[in-house]
Design a protein. Structure first.
Length: 93
């Protein structure tokens, strides 16, 4: 049994227990015993929510540009009867 108290597994268990006791003490001191887990998860997950919103906004804006480009390309092709245009003599410069 003495060998168990010297292992890293026991130290991890003690650290988790101390962390949980700390959370309970904080929640008891602030009168928020029922909302402590939700607040803790909120604090942990808020940066991920913000990062997801930024990525989602960027992807949405890029997708909108792609759709607008495709719509414009379709109207240009329809205006000249679907034929390809010849390249300018100067190479478009």
């Amino acid at each position: 049994m003495k060998d168990f108290f010297d292992t890293w597994k026991f130290k991890i268990l003690v650290a988790v227990a101390v962390f949980l006791v700390g959370i309970m003490a904080y929640a008891g001191a602030n009168g928020r015993l029922t909302a402590a887990p939700q607040e803790l998860l909120g604090v942990i997950l808020t940066p991920f929510q913000k990062a997801g919103a930024v990525v989602s906004g960027g992807v949405g804006a890029m997708w909108e540009k792609i759709c607008q480009h495709r719509q414009g390309y379709g109207t240009e092709r329809a205006a000249d009867g679907g034929k390809r245009r010849a390249a300018p003599a100067d190479g478009g410069l």
